[in-house]
Design a protein around this ligand. Structure first.
Ligand SMILES: Nc1ncnc2c1ncn2[C@@H]1O[C@H](COP(=O)(O)OP(=O)(O)O)[C@@H](O)[C@H]1O
Ligand SMILES: [Mg+2]
Length: 268
């Protein structure tokens, strides 16, 4: 894919009954970069994610996915675009009546893959990535919140999306478990070059994603410019939505140094 920008929003407006949920939103996510999406409840974070998925249509503006504007696309035309994306909701949204194996296999079956050996191989591969191999035959009800979240990530990445959207992936988790989810998000970004948008209320999550990267070589965390990565490309940028408008879009450093009183509410 030639485009270096995975997601680009240009002057996006989206209203419900005349009330804007997104008001002139412009931002971009480069390939292999994380966009950390912050904002109060009702500020438009989930609406932004849904419009990137093409589930909600803006009234005005463009949404480019890998360089292609998806706003004019029909449902049928959106299918191949959505196949390149994975989404993880806070609720985990697993099918309670299906085993972990079947939950994770779901997208492959939907895509028409019938070879059970291939399905099992790929299910085991992604479960191993999220370190949930042992739970393959369990039912969702038998899993803890953190485990369910891991299985959701496995389910989302089975079709090898180049873009991942996470809506409050650490919401409701204790700090230790939340950290393991952040590590997974980081590992996908830094070892698979997955571009992502991460909605979070936890600033420590946000700065963690910006201030470290996962080294495949050493299988450990390193500072962003350490470990020989050329150019020191941005790992994460921050978007703060306020009543549907972009209140801030910039680097972790810029956010940390801001004197803006509204942003201080988030930082303290
Ligand atoms: N399907 C919908 N119909 C009507 N209003 C909606 C719908 N989805 C979201 N909204 C409104 O859009 C605004 C942004 O919502 P949302 O993106 O869910 O906020 P959050 O930042 O908490 O994720 C809110 O005012 C919400 O009430
Ligand atoms: Mg939301």
């Amino acid at each position: 894919m030639a485009a270096t920008t995975a997601i680009e929003m240009e002057h996006v407006w989206l209203s419900f009954e005349g009330k804007p949920a997104l008001a002139d939103v412009s931002c971009e996510v480069r390939r292999g970069e994380t966009l950390v999406l912050l904002g109060a409840t009702g500020s438009g974070k989930s609406v932004l994610l849904k419009s990137v998925l093409g589930l909600l249509k803006p009234d005005e503006g463009c949404i480019l996915i890998d360089g292609q504007d998806i706003v004019p696309l029909s449902e049928d035309q959106l299918h191949p675009v959505r196949r390149r994306m994975g989404i993880v909701f806070q609720e985990g949204a697993l099918f309670d009546s299906l085993s972990v194996y079947e939950n994770v296999a779901y997208r492959l079956r939907e895509e028409g893959i019938r070879d059970e050996q291939e399905i099992e191989h790929r299910v085991r591969e992604v479960l191993s990535f999220v370190e949930m191999d042992a739970a393959i035959d369990k039912m969702p009800a038998e899993l803890s919140g953190g485990m369910r979240r891991r299985v959701s990530i496995a389910r989302a990445i089975i079709s090898q999306p180049s873009i991942m959207l996470y809506d409050s992936p650490t919401g409701g988790l204790d700090p230790v478990t939340a950290h393991t989810i952040n590590l997974l998000i980081m590992k996908l970004r830094d070892t698979e070059q997955v571009s992502s948008v991460v909605v979070t209320h936890r600033l420590q999550d946000a700065f963690f994603l910006a201030n470290f990267r996962f080294s495949a070589q050493t299988q450990s965390l390193v500072p962003p410019n350490g470990g020989g990565k050329a150019g020191g490309a941005s790992l994460a940028r921050f978007l703060v939505l306020r009543e549907g408008s972009v209140h801030f879009f910039g680097s972790a450093k810029e956010l940390a140094q801001t004197r803006d009183p509204y942003l201080h509410k988030f930082l303290h």
